[in-house]
Design a protein. Structure first.
Length: 76
């Protein structure tokens, strides 16, 4: 939900018209799938950052960068 909400928020800021007015959070339990999903499947990047001596930006920063690039490409 948070990822989708960020994408729609950035699209609105960029002036991209959206057919969606409201985004609803849907719990995993309300959307049954054949595969069982873990309750918390976020990726922990601490070991990766330590092993490669990297400092990764917060996920929102990366998503905003990618969207900005996409939105700029769309406008051309």
């Amino acid at each position: 939900y948070d990822y989708a909400a960020l994408v729609f928020e950035e699209a609105r800021k960029a002036g991209i018209p959206l057919a969606l007015n409201k985004l609803n959070a849907v719990p995993t339990t309300a959307y049954p799938t054949p595969a069982r999903r873990p309750h918390n499947s976020r990726l922990n990047t601490e070991k990766f950052q330590q092993n490669f001596a990297l400092v990764l930006p917060d996920w929102q920063v990366g998503v905003k960068r990618m969207l900005n690039e996409l939105f700029t490409t769309i406008a051309i």
